[in-house]
Ligand binder design. Sequence first.
Ligand SMILES: C[S@@+](CC[C@H](N)C(=O)[O-])C[C@H]1O[C@@H](n2cnc3c(N)ncnc32)[C@H](O)[C@@H]1O
Ligand code: SF4
Length: 348
Amino acid sequence: MTIAPTLDLDRPADRPPLPLVDPFARAITYLRVSVTDRCDFRCVYCMSEHMAFLPKADLLTLEELDRLCTAFVVKGVRKLRLTGGEPLVRRGIMTLFSSLSRHLKTGALEELTLTTNGSQLTKYAAELKSYGVERINVSLDTLDPDKFRAITRWGDLDQVLRGIDAAQTAGLKVKINAVALKGVNEDELGELVAWAHGRGMDITVIEVMPLGDVGDDRLAQYLPLSMVRARLAERFTMDEIDYKTGGPARYVRVKETGGRLGFITPMTHNFCESCNRVRLTCTGTLYMCLGQEDAADLRTPLRASEANDVVYAAIDEAITRKPKGHDFVIDRRHKRPALSRHMSVTGG
Ligand SMILES: C[S@@+](CC[C@H](N)C(=O)[O-])C[C@H]1O[C@@H](n2cnc3c(N)ncnc32)[C@H](O)[C@@H]1O
Ligand code: SF4
């Protein structure tokens, strides 16, 4: 199957719509797209063991996802990240990468990338590289096979490590994302940093966010990154650096390894003031903030007409509703998730 180019970018005669700027004067240049809510793992902080997934009929087709992504590119999005669920388990996903790569060729898009659990990389790494993907994020919280199985419930560490090998062999730059989990991997984070840097990979540590009911007590999982950082400081010298990837991480350079280490601290540090991104789900719902319920339906305008003016208008209207920030709380009085939707719906 190929996705036929149908949009304005492919028809340069069309009037270019105005770029996206939200009410707080933040330019929206980064779109994250959850291409499926399904996954081959069931990470304890992300999903419950028996997740109910969306009926397949509710999903946008790959052609529709291409059309919506392209509409955002026309409106000034420069960076596109496909995520999920596990993006590489969506059937035919390589056709979407292939068709979106045309925007890299024209220069309309600066970066096409993905966040993956790594399980399918042995199969897809070389193809991703051929579509212009340069950097990918791979989520990995531990190097201990038993712990890995316990965290992911279903995952095989060796398969992911082989996937990372394949990605590096294909010439993809890999960044590791690790969620800090109290009593699970907190002793191991120093090792994980040394391992990643030893293989020439950046690594980012993420605080657990209260998204979705995962059937586990969030307070039991939550480990503030201030504590992680204090512990890492016993082993490493960390110098603040002004490195930005367009994402919310703050980076340090680890003197002993020479590598970069990022911290994403939604709970202890508010990173909202410089937020440049919005998130699209696989059903065409646009979330203007990861941490708020408000959303816009883009599927209806998309299906209403073959012309894109209706879609552009819906995107413009949604951006006027982008909130200043989120207000996540995890404490003893807030044991329920701050938001009912899971990370796999909005995309991490
Ligand atoms: C939802 S996953 C989707 C992409 C892919 N399946 C993966 O795991 O990389 C994206 C990222 O969100 C992180 N994540 C999931 N649930 C989270 C939560 N409740 N708090 C913090 N990070 C979370 C994962 O560790 C992963 O790095
Ligand atoms: S974090 Fe990623 S790999 Fe783990 S269950 Fe969620 S979507 Fe799947």
